[in-house]
Design a protein around this ligand. Structure first.
Ligand SMILES: [Fe+2]
Ligand SMILES: [Fe+2]
Length: 208
């Protein structure tokens, strides 16, 4: 059972994730990249795509939190720390970029967070191998998503693209980490269900 201090720490993390107040340890990849001359429609589209990515990062916070609260193996937990820190960078970078583009984070963030946390904790209850399988599959789907967004973003919006590209590279590493720690292979119906859930999330988050 996690200690009281630990639970308070996790709660603080949750609040920061949901409210969009994240601290990045690394500089944003957008730093030094000039702002492109986007028209209003392009800006709104890029902001909406970044809102979707930000929701994905809110969910990643919740999943990793659920993972760490339920993980049995200390070594697994420690090895995932790096990924956890990088996810917090993603959260901060995407929130910053949404603001730069004149958009707002999703109003439904508390809901997304709660849903992902419940799923993460349920996966955690099945044991580390499944827990890791779930993380690996999540990272894979996020990576696919980000590739889709790179295709959908305005070509000249190099600032947004720099953030998305850096996040995608990190997610690929996170997936490799989870696999390296002994993730099981998720049954196809489970990954299909995850894909469906993420489609709902991305469709809604594009709008609100
Ligand atoms: Fe991420
Ligand atoms: Fe990740």
């Amino acid at each position: 059972m996690p200690s009281f201090d630990r639970l308070i720490g996790e709660f603080d993390r949750a609040l920061r994730a949901v409210s969009g107040v994240a601290r990045a340890a690394r500089r944003s990849p957008a730093e030094g990249v000039p702002e492109a001359g986007l028209d209003a429609g392009e800006r709104a589209h890029a902001a909406a795509l970044m809102r979707v990515n930000h929701v994905g990062e809110v969910c990643a916070q919740a999943l990793y939190q659920g993972q760490s609260l339920t993980a049995r193996n200390k070594e697994t937990k420690n090895k995932l720390q790096q990924a956890v820190r990088e996810e917090e960078d993603h959260l901060a970078w995407s929130a910053e970029r949404i603001r730069e583009l004149g958009g707002a984070p999703s109003l439904l963030n508390p809901l997304w967070y709660a849903g992902a946390f419940a799923i993460g904790a349920a996966a955690g209850a099945l044991g580390d191998r499944w827990n890791l399988a779930f993380l690996a599959e999540t990272e894979r789907q996020v990576e696919e998503h980000l590739s889709g967004h790179l295709a959908a973003l305005p070509a000249q919006d190099r600032r947004t693209r720099a953030v998305v590209e850096a996040m995608r590279a990190d997610e690929a590493r996170h997936r490799a980490t989870a696999l390296g720690l002994g993730a099981a292979e998720l049954p196809a119906p489970v990954s299909d269900a995850m894909r469906l859930a993420s489609r709902v999330m991305t469709t809604v988050a594009y709008r609100i």
